[in-house]
Design a protein around this ligand. Structure first.
Ligand code: HEM
Length: 191
């Protein structure tokens, strides 16, 4: 009875992030493995290579490296970006149990990426390849339960992204409607 109580507390989803304490533990454990085995850059680089081979058009967001000209294995810029990206994920994992701070971080990254016209769909593609890449790098150390925990992690990350995208699109629509109506009303007034 007591045991069942603690198990259910351990699996209770957080009100904001939807992640249970067990999810947090599994995510932190797999992330530690990636760090301890010096897999940060290889994982990030493999992720981008997989992503770009499935969706070559996503390469066009990046001006700093071009996989069409320089292959992934020797592309220094790709390694640098892989590390930048993985550092971003590292911050998420660090603040995973501080939802307010995590949400603030997610907003910051969302705004900087929406400015580059990265869509929620792009983010979802990235997330799905990220989880596949973790599986390929960690092999049997990456359990099905860990995989589900990471899926939930990115579900939350992308929900926030989609919310910010909607808000920004709403602001842009409102501004353009105001501009149109100002133009229309000035036309009506003009002789
Ligand atoms: C969870 C998902 C992602 C995280 C955590 C992340 C993280 C970051 C970070 C920390 C930076 C550098 C700081 C900044 O400019 O904001 C960055 C830059 C960038 N990201 Fe992301 N990113 C993600 C997804 C994506 C996706 C899906 C794309 C588009 C395919 C993308 C495209 C870019 C580009 C083009 C830059 C600028 C690169 C440069 O100037 O060299 N990111 N990202």
């Amino acid at each position: 009875m007591g045991c069942a109580y603690f198990r259910s507390m351990d699996e209770k989803p957080d009100d904001i992030t939807g992640l249970s304490r067990k999810d947090v533990r599994l995510i932190r454990r797999s992330w530690k493995l990636i760090q301890n085995k010096s897999l940060l850059i290889p994982t990030g680089a493999e992720l981008f290579v997989r992503l770009f081979s499935a969706y070559p058009e996503m390469m066009d967001y990046f001006q700093t490296f071009n996989l069409r000209e320089s292959p992934a294995e020797t592309n220094q810029k790709l390694s640098e970006h892989a590390l930048t990206f993985m550092n971003g994920i590292n911050l998420y994992v660090t603040y995973i149990d501080d939802p307010e701070l995590w949400v603030a971080l997610l907003h910051k990254v969302a705004i900087s990426h929406l400015e580059r016209l990265v869509t929620t769909k792009d983010m979802e593609r990235m997330a799905s390849f990220f989880v596949k890449t973790l599986r390929s790098q960690l092999g049997s150390s990456f359990s099905v339960e860990s995989e589900r925990a990471w899926d939930r992690f990115f579900y939350f990350v992308n929900t926030i992204y989609a919310q910010v995208e909607l808000q920004i699109n709403g602001i842009i629509r409102k501004r353009s409607t105001q501009t149109i109506s100002t133009k229309t009303s000035s036309r009506t007034v003009a002789p």
